[in-house]
Design a protein around this ligand. Structure first.
Ligand SMILES: [Zn+2]
Length: 247
């Protein structure tokens, strides 16, 4: 009986909000979550390509390269209110963690946005991703960091040292005693230079965490250079808004 109700509700929801591809936004036609075209062309990051080492985190793993439809998908999640994509992305990230990182992790957490940004956007995309990743790993996502300084968007800077300086002292640990001796899985949407993740990992370690590993949906070139532009999701105007990692 409950199953019928649930399926009925899903059917009604599909009518009101027809399912769209989590990467390009086109209406799905019998496919699940990702359209056939995107599924064929997703830039999977295989082997070493899907992994980065950092100064303060041991490893960062990611299933995809940050290009084309992946960039478009993340742009949709961050700036176009497509928070529903987080479920699909989070599932991919959790699979990546299971395949490439040695568990278990005591804490699943995320790189937070500032309060001002949160107010404007209404949600924190990394938190949404962390919630999905945690759920898939049988955990609850937990806030461990707070953004205390508003900095320039990392994507407006080139070069690792500029990005490092920009991320410095932007984050504080909340309730450090919960971190003592714990292995932490830190979630974000993209790794580019790794400066933000590294700074967050530094704060977590100095608050007492035993180890920090990271997972993101995608990884870009180390210099964090952007290539190409972002096309808006299908059916949306985009209003010429740039990407520029407005966190
Ligand atoms: Zn698609």
């Amino acid at each position: 009986m409950m199953e019928r109700v649930r399926r009925g509700a899903a059917w009604v929801l599909d009518l009101i909000f027809p399912p769209r591809c989590a990467f390009c936004g086109t209406l799905l036609d019998g496919e699940r979550e990702v359209c056939a075209l995107c599924r064929d062309q997703l830039p999977w990051a295989a082997g070493q390509e899907g992994e980065r080492k950092g100064e303060f985190f041991s490893r960062c793993v990611f299933p995809l390269r940050y290009q084309d439809m992946v960039r478009r998908g993340i742009h949709g999640l961050k700036f176009e209110g497509r928070s529903a994509c987080a479920g699909v992305y989070g599932a991919m990230m959790a699979r990546c963690v299971r395949e490439r990182l040695e568990g278990p992790f005591h804490i699943v957490t995320w790189v937070p946005v500032s309060r001002a940004r949160l107010r404007r956007r209404g949600y924190d995309q990394a938190r949404l991703l962390a919630r999905e990743v945690a759920e898939a790993l049988g955990k609850h996502a937990m806030a461990t960091l707070r953004k205390v300084r508003h900095n320039q968007p990392q994507s407006s800077l080139t070069g690792v040292s500029a990005r490092r300086a920009n991320a410095l002292d932007c984050y504080r640990a909340v309730e450090p005693r919960r971190l003592a001796g714990r292995r932490v899985l830190l979630v974000d949407d993209v790794i580019t230079s790794g400066a933000t993740l590294s700074e967050c990992a530094r704060v977590l370690l100095s608050a007492g965490a035993a180890e920090v590993c990271c997972v993101t949906l995608a990884g870009a070139g180390k210099g964090g250079k952007k290539t190409g532009s972002v096309r808006p999701f299908a059916g949306e105007t985009g209003h010429g808004r740039g990407e520029n990692g407005r966190r």
